[in-house]
Ligand binder design. Structure first.
Ligand SMILES: CC(C)(COP(=O)(O)OP(=O)(O)OC[C@H]1O[C@@H](n2cnc3c(N)ncnc32)[C@H](O)[C@@H]1OP(=O)(O)O)[C@@H](O)C(=O)NCCC(=O)NCCS
Length: 163
């Protein structure tokens, strides 16, 4: 499934040829200062995992960003999401979150959770604008080095048929 968004970014499922680019975006945009844990091999394992969705946003023929979400029974957890600075503030991140929320609704997921570094004002503003609220502070979350915040968005599932 590939969906062209108004922002001119196209969001699609990630495939094996995307693995190195995703790993490098994680290293350079998300894991800065924490050590590189989302290596190409880990991304490839994630792509094979049935409970996980990895997506890529393509803009101007470039992999502009990516996201990885893990699905539980009622809750989905947004593990990673990043947009390259060259494609920033053009709706690419929002397009990926909207894509993931739509897929989560189809899967009957009640809420999406994520963690962000407490110091990451851009991410907190970004997710806040998309309806995510801080529910918890987690001191020492990232390898004991940084405080993070947990953010949650309930998905209002549309019910069909007679109640
Ligand atoms: C945070 C991030 C995902 C935003 O992606 P993006 O594609 O630039 O976001 P959008 O263009 O969809 O922004 C939507 C809104 O979010 C808010 N926002 C986005 N970036 C922001 C920033 N740097 N500062 C303040 N608000 C920001 C704004 O309200 C923005 O709307 P506007 O541009 O009309 O003002 C991106 O900057 C990024 O990848 N950062 C590094 C990695 C990261 O922090 N990932 C998330 C935590 S793991």
């Amino acid at each position: 499934m590939a969906v062209a968004m108004a922002s001119t970014a196209t969001v699609r499922f990630a495939t094996r040829p995307d693995a190195l680019a995703i790993a490098e975006m994680s290293r350079d945009l998300v894991e800065v200062g924490l050590g590189w844990s989302w290596t190409k091999e880990r991304i490839l394992r994630t792509l094979r995992h049935p409970d996980t969705n990895a997506i890529v946003a393509v803009r101007e023929a470039d992999r502009a960003g990516f996201a990885i979400m893990k699905y539980g029974d009622e809750e989905a957890h947004l593990l990673l999401l990043a947009v390259k600075p060259a494609h920033g503030r053009r709706g690419v991140g929002s397009a990926m979150v909207e894509w993931l929320e739509a897929s989560a609704r189809v899967a009957g997921i009640a809420r999406i959770t994520l963690e962000a570094r407490a110091s990451n004002a851009a991410a907190r503003s970004f997710y806040g604008r998309l309806g995510y609220a801080v529910t918890q502070w987690l001191p020492g979350y990232y390898g004991g080095r940084e405080t993070s915040v947990r953010m949650v968005k309930p998905l209002h599932l549309e019910r069909t048929g007679a109640a």
